[in-house]
Design a protein around this ligand. Structure first.
Ligand code: FE2
Length: 283
């Protein structure tokens, strides 16, 4: 994509808290990432110990060791509705996974090439976050029929820095619509302070610290429908959510979260990166 056509990108991002860029990634690159991911899934051998589901429903998150240890790994997480009452998968594995996370961009060449492009680096510079480093990657399946919803949250809650700095890059790999669980956001509400912080608990596991009990005002929600190849940049304080997918169409997406390496990164953030896999930027 020719970045010169993006006028007022930084102004719009700072005003709305998000930026939607249709056609940022060629469709062929989206197809490549999808088919590469399916090859990773076909090589995954599930076992009971690593069965981990991912949900933010009712502010809970299944925060087992598998999840907490995934900051420097490529791990597989299931949809909450993937299992029946006996604990068996209702459907084939490739239609049961919620996401892969959280270090594909540094461990896998195909994900690395998708995550570090001249176009993305130039956009980051335009948004004045050119020196940010890529902390987290997720491949999100939002499976047909059982795709789980994600409650309204801001990304800073989960990837806390002081000062706050996280920016999300959400790539639609398939068309995302209201029917199959696209993003929804509250434009302009990125100017509000954070209400919660998710962190490791002193005795193990995790907890959600409530800083402000006022709920999000959801009246202003707008759907961010996105054709495949669209990039949506999300301010770390922008409230956003996605609904369940009860449609027969999947809604694959890939996300990156970047932070300012000069900000303080707390030792009790859920995601910890060992020194053996240092964080790198957009190049
Ligand atoms: Fe998010």
């Amino acid at each position: 994509m020719d970045l010169s056509v993006i006028s007022h990108a930084r102004e719009n991002f700072e005003r709305d808290g998000y930026l939607k860029l249709p056609g940022f990634v060629p469709i062929e690159r989206c197809r490549e990432l999808r088919s590469h991911t399916m090859s990773l899934v076909s090589g995954f051998v599930p076992d009971v110990q690593t069965r981990s589901i991912f949900t933010t429903k009712e502010q809970t998150r299944h925060s087992d060791d598998y999840f907490l240890g995934s900051g420097d790994q490529i791990r597989f997480f299931y949809e909450p509705e993937a299992f029946d009452d006996e604990g068996e998968l209702r459907r084939p594995l490739d239609l049961s996974l919620n996401k892969l996370g959280h270090a594909m961009h540094d461990l896998d060449d195909v994900f690395g090439a998708f995550s570090r492009t001249p176009e993305l680096a130039a956009l980051a510079r335009q948004l004045d976050i050119g020196d940010h480093v890529l902390l987290q990657s997720m491949y999100i399946f939002k499976q047909p029929l059982i795709g789980g919803e994600v409650d309204c949250h801001i990304d800073h809650t989960f990837l806390w820095t002081d000062p706050s700095s996280v920016v999300g890059f959400w790539f639609a790999l398939e068309d995302a619509t209201v029917d199959n669980g696209c993003l929804w956001a509250l434009p302009g509400q990125h100017l509000l302070p954070p209400k919660k912080r998710f962190r490791r608990a002193p005795g193990g596991g995790t907890l959600m610290e409530v800083l402000d009990e006022t709920p999000f005002d959801l009246d202003g929600l707008v759907p961010l429908e996105a054709e495949a190849g669209t990039l949506i940049v999300l301010h770390g304080h922008l409230p956003h959510l996605s609904g369940p997918n009860r449609s027969p169409k999947s809604r694959h997406a890939y996300t990156l979260h970047a932070i300012d390496p000069s900000a303080v990164y707390p030792a009790d953030n859920w995601l910890q990166r060992p020194e053996s896999l240092p964080l790198r930027g957009f190049c």
